[in-house]
Design a protein around this ligand. Structure first.
Ligand SMILES: Cc1cc2nc3c(=O)[nH]c(=O)nc-3n(C[C@H](O)[C@H](O)[C@H](O)COP(=O)(O)O)c2cc1C
Length: 358
C-alpha cells in the first residue's frame, strides 16, 4: 500500500486528483473527493496576476477579480494544494505568501492551502513563451531560485510538478528533480512526458521510476492512469508514493474508489447508468450554483459529454449535450438516455467491464 506524506500532510493511499486548468474547479474536485480522491490541486493560478490584483483600487473592479477566486480553498477541501505558475521567483514567493496569510484582495476561501505546488510542466505556448511552466525545465537555475524563494516565504509544504523534460533530446527529469529537492521541495510530481509530447499517448513511466530512485522526498506518478489496473501497474513499476489522475477522472470520479478497492483487494462495483447520470446531474447543478446559470451550463456541457462516455446512445446525446442551455434540458436528455437503455443491460455490463473513461 503506498504512503504519501507531504510535509505534515498525510495522504493515506496516495490518491491525488491532478490540476486541470478549466476543468478541476471546486465542483469537479468535490466530485473527485466524494468518490475517493484524497488530495486535490487547484487549477493553475498566475502568481503575477494574483500579485497585480492586490494593487486594484476601485471597489467595482475588486468585485470582479478573476485570479484570486481560483485559489480559494474551502474547509471541506483540506488537504488541497494551490498551484502557482510564474517565472519570477519574487512574484511566485509573494503569491505564496498571500495564499498562506489569506490576507489579499479577492480572497474568498475559508482556509489556506495545505500545500503550495509550482507548475513546471505546462506546455502551452503562451505560458512557455514567458519562461513559465515547462520552460522552467530548460532553466533549472531559475526553477531552483523559485523553489528556494517560496520555501523561504512560507511555512507550508512546497511541491513541484514537472515533466520528463523539454523534448526527447532533453530528458532531464532526474537531475532536475534532485535540484528541486535540494532547493527545498517537499515532494515531486512527475508527468512522464516531455513538453514536446504534450498529451500524446504513451507516457514514460520509466522516468518516474528513475526520479523515485534519485530523490528522497516522495514522488507522485502521473500520466495515462485511466483505470485501477493502470494505477497499480504504475505503483509497481515505478515505486512512486502516490498516483495522480487527470483525464482519467473526467466524467469518471469513481476511478479513485476503483483504485482504492484494487489496492485493498476488495471487489469494486462500478456505478450503474442511473447512478452515473445522477452524479452528472449533481455536477451540473454544482456548476450552476458556483458560477451562475449561464457560465455553469456552458461549462457543464463537456463534463456531461464525458459522463456519458461508453453509454449506448451517447454519440447522439453528446451532440445535444454540447448545446444545452438549462438544467431542464439536461434532465430531459438524461431521461431519454435512461429510457433508451432500460430495454437491456448491455450498457451497464459494458461500463462494469471498463468502468473508466478513454
Ligand atoms: C485540459 C487540461 C488542463 C491541464 N491543466 C493543468 C494545470 O493547470 N496544471 C498542471 O500542472 N497540469 C495541467 N494539466 C496536466 C495534467 O495535470 C496531467 O499532468 C496530464 O494530463 C497527464 O495526466 P493524465 O495522463 O492522467 O491526463 C492539464 C491537462 C489537461 C488535459
Amino acid at each position: 500500500m503506498p504512503e504519501l506524506v507531504i510535509g505534515d500532510v498525510h495522504i493515506p493511499h496516495g490518491l491525488c486528483l491532478a490540476p486541470l486548468a478549466g476543468v478541476s474547479d471546486r465542483t469537479f474536485r468535490r466530485m473527485a473527493r466524494r468518490y475517493g480522491a484524497e488530495y486535490t490541486v487547484s487549477e493553475m493560478v498566475s502568481a503575477k496576476a494574483l500579485c497585480y490584483e492586490q494593487s486594484c483600487r476601485r471597489p467595482s473592479a475588486q468585485a470582479r477579480l478573476r485570479t484570486a477566486p481560483l485559489a480559494a480553498v474551502m474547509r471541506e477541501e483540506y488537504p488541497m494544494a494551490v498551484q502557482l505558475f510564474g517565472a519570477e521567483p519574487e512574484f511566485v514567493a509573494q503569491a505564496a505568501r498571500l495564499l498562506e496569510s489569506g490576507e489579499y484582495l479577492g480572497c474568498c476561501g475559508e482556509i489556506p492551502p495545505a500545500v503550495i505546488d509550482i507548475n513546471m510542466g505546462c506546455p502551452m505556448a503562451k505560458i512557455v513563451n514567458n519562461g513559465e511552466g515547462s520552460a522552467l525545465m530548460k532553466d533549472p537555475a531559475r526553477a531552483e531560485a523559485i523553489v528556494r524563494a517560496v520555501r523561504r516565504a512560507v511555512s507550508l509544504p512546497v511541491t513541484v510538478k514537472i515533466r520528463a523534460g523539454w523534448d526527447a533530446e532533453h530528458v532531464n527529469a532526474v537531475e532536475f528533480a534532485m535540484r528541486m529537492e535540494q532547493a527545498g521541495a517537499d515532494a515531486i510530481c512527475v508527468h512522464g512526458r516531455t513538453r514536446a509530447q504534450m498529451y500524446a499517448p504513451g507516457a514514460d513511466w520509466e522516468i518516474i521510476r528513475r526520479v523515485r530512485e534519485a530523490v528522497t522526498v516522495p514522488v507522485i506518478g502521473n500520466g495515462d492512469i485511466f483505470s485501477a489496473d493502470d494505477a497499480l501497474r504504475m505503483l509497481r513499476q515505478t515505486g512512486c508514493h502516490g498516483v495522480m489522475v487527470a483525464r482519467g477522472a473526467q466524467g469518471n470520479p469513481w476511478i479513485f474508489r476503483a483504485i482504492r478497492c484494487a489496492m485493498e483487494g476488495l471487489p469494486y462495483t462500478p456505478p450503474t447508468l442511473s447512478e452515473r447520470l445522477q452524479t452528472a446531474m449533481e455536477h451540473a447543478e454544482g456548476l450552476v450554483r458556483e458560477k451562475g446559470e449561464r457560465t455553469g451550463i456552458a461549462e457543464a456541457r463537456r463534463h456531461m459529454a464525458w459522463y456519458v462516455h461508453g453509454v449506448r446512445g451517447a454519440p447522439a446525446a453528446r451532440n445535444r449535450l454540447m448545446r444545452i442551455c438549462s438544467l431542464e434540458e439536461l434532465s430531459e436528455i438524461f431521461s431519454e438516455l435512461r429510457m433508451g437503455n432500460e430495454s437491456d443491460g448491455t450498457v451497464t455490463k459494458n461500463m462494469e467491464k471498463t468502468g473508466e473513461n478513454p
